[in-house]
Design a protein. Structure first.
Length: 590
């Protein structure tokens, strides 16, 4: 039976009203919000938005970091009949204008004066804008309201009027907009319905056995559907508690305080945790290092045994008590039952590192256009295969075209792109299949492996089709390499742009006999380049001749969101990188 977001929240409030819904730190202490209070504030915010001029079907843009007020603004917008839309906090004023303009936003909620300045810069270009709400602080402009003003505004709209707005909504109505990462061109607004959200969240809860005892930490951008489903919408259905991380810098400390039962990270987060564990382990005594090596071997054997439904090695329990349990406790993951990587493929090296510590990081594959998850891997026999995204989420159909493109069909497939019928028709065919743009393969057990983006496949001048992501994953297994972009489309041979892991440069430089101490000096050092060349040659030995990396350039700094090379979900923007480093690329083919 189909339902709306409002119906699900009302049901949870009836059953768990006095339980804790949200936890957020203030003045060094975690402040708790019950489901009853959460629901009350959502309804009051909805009434405040209506009083400020929110019309049904118009945008409610939210520009800020993960917080209780972000959640309340989102749900308040939905209750009031608006369509909430997250804007990445790092977006420029021009990018904010595109999202707010495309969604015809009546209301924009901003976190602070810094974000407010962006909206003030562009508000003359937003004819539908009625009001701006400031989460923190006050402003003198007449159309800018403090967060506290919502209470006063809300009293102008009766509870009955809000109820009529809630009852006028249907499960197939558009509920929220998610703007795609925009690796090429302006982001498109993905129209996601109530049914998309409630069905997907419910299927995910059933798959992971989620319930009201679960503890989740919210820290990934809420403008992305994966974070919304995991930390906002699924908890609304299962009555779990969501904690808000203070910042990315304090995430490690916050995890220790929260001790989440489910933890979701993008590959870059898992790679950073891996680096910290390795750095900490390097300070241990010879004996502890030797024990760690033996433990990891047993952990790796156990991981592969579990995925095949075989018993764990006899010594696994011993090393679990001696090593693995202590590592989990130090990380704050001692009660975590599900470790998830999403948004992009994660390297085999990283997966094997964690499984060697008794932390099986499983993968989830999906996209905004199917409300997040389509394929979910679990740390259980026959539901997990290292390097594969896993089997389809219950209720999801998967198929591959002749050229390997992944097709998805189910109740989680979106309504299309806002105001862009041509793009909708190209993406969702008349039979309801969502054309992902990703290339994959499936095994006999229905496990999906994502190989590459269809448009990112390299076709060499010799006509060979090559997947850059596969090669990049192999090169990232070289310890000091942080990020890689393989080049070669319509070229005679393959090359690579490489960035380095700053925390590993000094140690690797000593091994190479190089005086380099940072990425900039390493990029210029002949000895360091020779050292990397030798390691790339080892990788090349396992490749066909047309797949080998002939030349490379070490860049003096990492790719970043701020530099424009990464999306907010840490995906590579290949077009931008090709343009930004055009001279370096051309020099490798001179």
């Amino acid at each position: 039976m189909k339902s709306t977001v409002m119906e699900n929240m009302e049901n949870t409030v009836r059953q768990h009203g006095c339980a804790i819904a949200l936890k957020e730190k203030s003045d060094g202490r975690w402040q708790e919000t019950t489901w009853n209070e959460y629901y009350r504030q959502v309804r009051m915010t909805a009434r405040g938005f209506m009083a400020a001029g929110l019309e049904r079907g118009r945008g409610v843009c939210i520009l800020g970091e993960n917080s209780k007020k972000w959640f309340i603004s989102n749900l308040g917008g939905i209750f009031a009949g608006g369509i909430p839309t997250g804007i990445y906090s790092t977006n420029s004023p021009e990018q904010c204008q595109h999202v707010a303009g495309n969604s015809r936003a009546n209301i924009i909620v901003v976190e602070n004066k810094t974000q407010l300045a962006k909206i003030k810069h562009i508000k003359q270009n937003l004819p539908d804008l009625k009001a701006i709400f400031l989460m923190k602080g006050q402003d003198h402009d007449e159309d800018v309201y403090a967060w506290e003003d919502l209470q006063v505004l809300g009293e102008k709209i009766s509870e009955e009027e809000l109820n009529r707005q809630i009852q006028a909504q249907h499960p197939d109505d558009c509920c929220t907009l998610i703007y795609t990462s925009g690796t090429t061109g302006n982001p498109k607004g993905v129209m996601i319905s109530h049914d998309n959200i409630t069905w997907t969240s419910s299927q995910l809860i059933k798959t992971i056995n989620g319930n009201h005892t679960d503890q989740i930490i919210s820290y990934l951008p809420l403008s992305h559907i994966a974070e919304q489903v995991i930390s906002l919408h699924a908890p609304v259905i299962m009555a779990a508690t969501t904690w808000f991380a203070e910042s990315m810098e304090l995430l490690g400390e916050n995890i220790k305080e929260v001790r989440p039962t489910i933890f979701v990270g993008v590959p870059r987060v898992w790679e950073k945790i891996q680096t910290k564990i390795v750095a900490a382990g390097s300070q241990n005594s010879w004996l502890k290092k030797r024990i760690a090596v033996l433990a990891r071997k047993q952990g790796l054997k156990a991981g592969y045994a579990i995925q095949d439904g075989k018993p764990k090695p006899l010594l696994y329990t011993f090393f679990d008590k001696l090593v693995f349990s202590k590592v989990k406790e130090k990380l704050g993951l001692d009660r975590c039952r599900l470790f998830v990587s999403t948004a992009a493929p994660v390297s085999i090296d990283t997966l094997e590192f964690f499984i060697g510590l008794g932390l099986p990081v499983t993968e989830v594959y999906g996209m905004s256009e199917c409300t997040g998850p389509a394929v979910v891997s679990l740390p259980e026999p026959f539901k997990y295969r290292i390097g594969w995204a896993g089997p389809a989420l219950s209720g999801t159909e998967l198929s591959l075209t002749d050229d390997g493109e992944i097709l998805i069909r189910g109740r989680h497939v979106c309504k299309g792109y806002l105001g862009n019928d041509d793009a909708t028709k190209k993406t969702i065919d008349t039979d309801g299949w969502l054309h992902s743009g990703d290339v994959g393969k499936m095994d006999d057990n229905g496990f999906l492996k994502v190989i590459d983006r269809k448009k990112e496949l390299i076709i060499t001048s010799g006509g060979e089709n090559i997947s850059p992501q596969v090669l990049e994953g192999m090169l990232k297994a070289i310890p000091v390499i942080s990020q890689v972009v393989v080049i070669g489309d319509r070229r005679k041979y393959l090359t690579a742009l490489i960035t380095l892991d700053n925390e590993k440069i000094e140690k690797e430089a000593k091994t190479a006999g190089s005086p380099a101490q940072n990425a900039e000096s390493a990029a210029k050092c002949e000895k360091f380049n020779t050292y990397i060349r030798n390691q790339i040659n080892e990788v090349n030995k396992a490749l066909a001749r047309v797949q080998t990396i002939k030349k490379f350039i070490i860049l003096p700094e990492n790719f970043s969101i701020e530099g424009g090379e990464l999306t907010h979900t840490m995906k590579i923007k290949r077009k931008i990188i090709h343009e930004k480093y055009e001279k370096q690329i051309d020099s490798m083919y001179a």
